[in-house]
Write a protein that binds this ligand. Structure first.
Ligand SMILES: [Zn+2]
Length: 450
């Protein structure tokens, strides 16, 4: 009888305003206080909330701002600095959380994980993904246990850019398809067991929740509000997907993601955005029915997940480079081997090309919650711009008759006006909404794209 196994964090807590109760949540781990690893952007915006409860309780704490990459150097730095505390708390995005988990493991300390976006399923897992200092996938670091606590403040997550929620949906959408592949191949998961019925049910519930509530949640977050759909999608992206992938296994979708990390152009994309394309590639590899494939591609397009080479920023990629992606995705230490049939690099190469071609032929415009967005020809995610670039963007757009809007979180303003552009919190990035079908215009704005 094969051994089955399900893993989960010690506690999963999701609610409004939980970040203001950090000290209370950290108390059971000991009286030496907390070593807090936090993203710089989050610290800037929520620093008072994070420190407030510790100050009020008189519990010791130290804040360490995350360096930006989950690499060996960063992990070692936090290991050395955290030994005199009772618990490590990681607050921020996937890489901050992975670094916190790895530091907790090496120091044999309890870990509290506080994701500030529902952008991946990393928070609940007993796994850190380690990258090189330049951002290439290095290896998975399996940990002996899951985080002791995962704490999600839904208000904080709902205020994160809608792009993050969409990326989390991309990551979580892969869970069911990869789990199904692992069940079919009787794969051994990273935690050393076969999948349980419970974990596979959660993976299926995850996909069903996303297809039912994903678009509603994306629209709500674009409008700057938290609804029941948002809460459901946060749970799906973080908990259902976390348990589902870890206790069932990963397969082609994540292997293709890892393969794509050799392409410098894709480094600006979020994990779940690349996984979304990996899922479509896996569906092509599996020769899934056209109806299902079209449904998934159309869903991804609606929430702005990349489905084509152009979306990934690798339009016109030459065959040699694409083959490198395919070869890396089939590496021995990756999860392509969990597919229920043999997959060679040539198969992945062909599936990626076919996925790009099929998706290019499916019309499903990205949705927006506002009337101004509804008739948009397209939207573009812009990176942080400096003052000269803001002036440049304003003068490019001013040449056209049509309106342009710039949107960041719940704020929307006139993108032709300097004042409108300066009102945007560029640290969060921004979406430019374009009401004109014009390749020359798109080309002139490409330099500002994230
Ligand atoms: Zn993932």
């Amino acid at each position: 009888m094969a051994r089955i196994k399900i893993c989960s964090p010690g506690e999963y807590i999701q609610g409004n305003g939980e970040i203001k109760r950090l000290s209370e949540h950290a108390a059971p781990f000991g009286d030496k206080g907390a070593y807090i690893i936090v993203d710089s952007f989050i610290y800037k915006n929520y620093g008072q909330d994070i420190e407030g409860s510790f100050k009020a309780d008189g519990r010791p704490y130290k804040v360490a701002v995350f360096g930006g990459e989950c690499c060996q150097t960063e992990i070692k730095k936090h290991c050395a600095a955290s030994t005199s505390y009772s618990v490590i708390i990681g607050i921020g995005g996937g890489k901050t959380l992975d670094t916190s988990k790895a530091a907790g493991y090496y120091n044999n300390m309890p870990v509290m994980i506080v994701p500030t976006a529902a952008s991946s399923d990393a928070p609940c897992s007993r796994l850190s993904v380690v990258y090189t200092e330049s951002g290439e996938f290095e290896d998975y670091l399996p940990l002996p246990k899951n985080p002791d606590m995962v704490l999600v403040d839904t208000d904080v997550v709902a205020k994160a850019p809608a792009r993050f929620l969409a990326a989390g949906i991309g990551d979580a959408l892969a869970t069911y398809y990869e789990a199904a592949a692992c069940v079919a191949s009787n794969a051994v998961t990273m935690t050393g067991g076969h999948s349980t019925l419970a974990a596979f049910s959660l993976a299926k519930l995850c996909r069903d929740t996303l297809l039912e509530d994903g678009i509603k949640a994306y629209q709500a977050v674009l409008s700057g509000v938290r609804t029941k759909a948002v809460e459901n999608v946060i749970e799906a992206n973080t908990y259902l997907s976390g348990i589902g992938f870890e206790s069932c296994g990963l397969a082609a979708a994540h292997a293709v993601h890892n393969g794509m990390t050799v392409l410098e152009e894709t480094h600006k994309l979020l994990h779940g955005e690349k996984v979304a394309f990996g899922t479509i590639t896996q569906l092509v590899l599996e020769n899934c029915p056209s109806e299902e494939l079209t449904k998934i591609i159309a869903f991804c397009k609606k929430i702005g997940l990349p489905t084509t080479f152009a979306d990934l920023g690798i339009e016109g990629i030459d065959d040699d480079r694409l083959m490198k992606v395919a070869e890396l995705s089939c590496a021995d230490n990756d999860t392509m081997g969990n597919m229920p049939f043999d997959v060679e690099p040539g198969d992945v190469f062909s599936a990626m090309k076919a996925a790009d071609f099929i998706a290019s032929g499916i019309a499903s415009p990205k949705i927006g919650a506002r009337p101004a967005v509804a008739d948009a020809k397209c939207t573009m995610s812009l990176r942080k711009l400096n003052m000269d670039e803001i002036k440049d963007l304003s003068s490019i757009l001013s040449k056209y008759q049509e309106d342009f809007e710039i949107m960041s979180g719940k704020y929307i303003s006139d993108a032709k006006s300097m004042l409108g552009l300066l009102n945007i919190d560029w640290d969060r990035g921004a979406e430019l909404i374009i009401h004109r079908d014009d390749p020359a215009l798109i080309k002139s704005i490409k330099k500002f794209v994230r």
